[in-house]
Design a protein around this ligand. Structure first.
Ligand code: PLP
Length: 409
């Protein structure tokens, strides 16, 4: 029987005393399982008590190339021996240039010219930058977002994230011009909302990630994109979760042939190091031109070690054709999951909807005891999420799915 052992429990007790509650603390969340990770490699995680698990979370979708991919580790080691930290927006470093050049070549952004990149440290910050760019460029106050959606929890990103329990305590302080429509609603509703002319940007996850793994009907995203074009509204695709091969293409918008004006990415980009980015039509980024201090920046922006890790990660994704692998493996994963319950997904991001949050939680608990890491999410916590590294060996994935089949209840 696996699960938190004595060291994990001891560390849980200690962290509860010193870290804010509700983040990583077992005692403040009765019944929740807090496991402490010691080591991870590929698709396996080992906890502080020496127990090994198959990771079907990819650490929130980060470990697309697997944990501690040797190429990423080597790049990090090499860069750490040279330069750990730069001078943010004042002085540059060579890897930042290389990474920017690489990302703008990859970005499926609507542009006659090459797009440009704006680096950030987290996905939430990328969403902040995207929204700031759109609002400053269009000078329109409104943003249209969808329900459910998750765009992060910093104040700007929180304003567009859908879940009321996240927003409620801060409601009075959030950007007040957010309109919401159901995800995958009738495109006519998007059109009529945009026609009023007050909306600067539509923010959308091409496939909803942690809020329940929802794939819109074919053609929906392109209808939204067309509405944006007709109404002079900017389309922001939040690909923080879906980017870099997860759905079977480099970016999920490519399934629909959509080229957004702005695209946010993060998570998998750094191969485990914290880095995110916004890619946008270059004319939109003119709003950031200034002769004075940068209008948006951060101390750790484009950190050299994170840039080195990202460059190695992109090479691995490309050379191992991980988007192609996700597409191929995803097909049989989808077929297998169909017998577990109502399921949906694409590539290597799948959700199985349980009847209740308790059922989903119980399943993740049983899977953990059998050595599989699985998260439950969605607005009501009912959706078990299968998000393995894109490099997971097929036999290991089979083993994990066998365990899920036996534990689904
Ligand atoms: N956008 C999406 C679609 C996400 O899934 C997430 C995180 O799960 C974010 C934004 C926020 O990213 P971060 O947690 O890096 O701030």
């Amino acid at each position: 029987m696996r699960g938190p052992g004595p060291r994990s429990r001891e560390l849980s007790r200690r962290i509860a005393a010193v870290e804010a509650p509700g983040v990583n603390t077992l005692p403040s969340t009765p019944g929740a399982v807090s496991l402490f990770w010691e080591e991870a490699e590929g698709s396996r995680v080992r906890d502080v008590d020496g127990t090994s698990y198959i990771d079907l979370t990819s650490g929130f979708g980060v470990a697309a190339v697997g944990h501690r991919h040797p190429r990423v580790v080597e790049a990090v080691r090499e860069q750490a021996g040279r330069l750990l930290h730069g001078l943010g927006d004042v002085h540059g470093h060579p890897l930042r240039v290389e990474l920017a050049e690489r990302l703008v070549r990859l970005a499926p952004v609507a542009s006659a010219n090459t797009p440009q990149v704006f680096f950030s440290i987290s996905g939430s910050e990328a969403v902040e930058i995207a929204i700031k760019t759109a609002l400053a460029h269009t000078r329109r106050p409104g943003v249209l977002a969808f329900e459910p959606s998750y765009h992060g929890l910093t104040m700007g990103a929180l304003a567009v994230t859908s879940r009321p329990e996240f927003r409620k305590p801060f409601e009075d302080h959030l950007h007040g011009h957010v309109h919401r429509l159901p995800f995958a609603c009738d495109p006519g509703q998007v059109e009529s909302t945009l026609q009023a002319g007050k909306i600067g940007a539509v923010v959308v996850e091409p496939i909803v990630g942690r809020e329940g793994i929802l794939v819109p009907p074919s053609g929906w995203l392109s209808e939204v994109a067309k509405s944006c074009q007709r109404n002079g509204t900017l389309l922001i695709a939040d690909e923080v979760f879906t980017g870099f091969g997860r759905t079977g293409r480099w970016f999920a918008v490519e399934h629909e042939g959509v080229r957004p004006d702005i695209l946010c990415c993060g998570k998998a980009l750094g191969g485990g190091m914290p880095i995110a980015a916004v890619l946008a039509r270059r004319e939109l980024f003119r709003v950031w031109e200034t002769r004075k201090e940068a209008l948006h920046t951060a101390t750790f922006v484009a950190n050299p070690v994170a840039c080195a890790a990202a460059l190695a990660t992109l090479s691995v994704i490309e050379e191992e054709d991980l988007p192609g692998r996700a597409a191929t493996i995803g097909e049989w994963v989808g077929r297998r999951l169909a017998s577990f319950g109502p399921s949906r997904g694409r590539g290597l991001v799948w959700g199985v909807e349980m009847e209740t949050a308790e059922a989903a939680r119980a399943w993740t608990g049983r899977a953990l005891e059998r050595g599989v890491l699985l998260l439950a999410g969605g607005p009501e916590g009912k959706v078990a999420q299968i998000v393995p590294p894109l490099t997971i060996p097929e036999e290991l994935l089979e083993t994990a799915l066998d365990i899920l089949r036996e534990t689904v209840g």
